[in-house]
Design a protein around this ligand. Sequence first.
Ligand SMILES: [Cu+2]
Length: 427
Amino acid sequence: MVSRRSFLTSAAGALVSAGVVARNAAAQIPEAPLTASPATEPPPAPASGPPFQPVVTLNGWSLPWRMNGDVKEFHLIAQPVVREIAPGMTAHLWGYNGQAPGPTIECVAGDRVRLFVTNQLPEYTSIHWHGVRLPHGMDGVTGLTQPPIQPGETWVYEFDMQHSGTFMYHPHADDMVQLAMGLMGSIIVHPRDPAEHAVDRDFVFLMSAYDIEPGSYTPRVHTHTDFNLWTWNSRVFPGIAPLAVRQGDRVRVRIGNLTMTNHPIHLHGHSFEVTGTDGGWVPPTARWPEATIDVGVGQMRAIEFVADAPGDWAFHCHKTHHTMNAMGHEVMTSIGVDFEEAAEKLRRLIPGYMVMGDRGMAEMASMQMELPENTLPMMTGEGPYGPIGMGGMFTVVKVRADQPPGDYTDPGWYEPPLGSMAYRSES
Ligand SMILES: [Cu+2]
């Protein structure tokens, strides 16, 4: 049996040093740094406690726990972290246990949980368990339900997880700054009966937004709505893992929104139903088909579909500026303007000066432009037929007949059967 002190010390040591991942309390062996592999890992089976089918956290992982008698103990450490947004750009954020967003907390309805929260931030914090029904004093609202957790302190939250569903955790302390810095995570409470709400593949991610000037690393925390990086689990395409599924699978995707605007999330090639919100499960009689679901600020939506159509299907926010990276807002529209005369003069002063945007901006997607340090192209991601022209809140659901059960490896690009693809007219 591991003593509480040694558990806390080793958990802190293993998790904190260099942002490494530990999969469970029994095996805190540093694995590859998170930045090394953007791929989605298969979920590990629960190490102890009641059985459940684990979720896949896109570009993330689930928090290890240990059983102390009948209580499931977790340890969150709020601290500064370095997060790779996509290859070519890292951000200096605040997160939990080496990552922003923090690891996913998974438990089972009926579990009693004890959550240790250590504050290694330079200012006070708290954790609110969004959507979870619990006693007043565990709700984590600084000033209202508890004094703040001061830097260096560890506080303990303890309550019963009464209902299954998808929830979120985040501070209610200096909210605007602490959410703009990335302090958040997902909570999955699985049904006590694993057959209830069972699916073949279960994914989760949180939407967050940052305002990071090209060439800098720390988000501007006083931005209200004009963020320039729209992320899923603090990653942007092509840094977001694909959702690899087997044809015929019933798939659930749980999407939480802790940005400051709504996101209409659209899935190609399929029709889905909303089966859960942060309030709980939607009764089957109250569901209807959708291809786009608007996820409002502070909301969670769980969608489910049968992946019946093989192919690579775009899955993205439908706000076009949310599928772009690090974009400037003060860009003049110059479509239809003839700049050549002015450009000729400018080239005498600035050799190689190019006119951009007079025929739209698609060209910029394929152009290798010189970028400032630590930023990303606005439109990014290369597909099998050229630039995809989208970054930000975008990834691909890859449906394959031969994707082995339980295998989440990226199967590569889809090759459509002969005669099933759009083609150039020769007439
Ligand atoms: Cu959006």
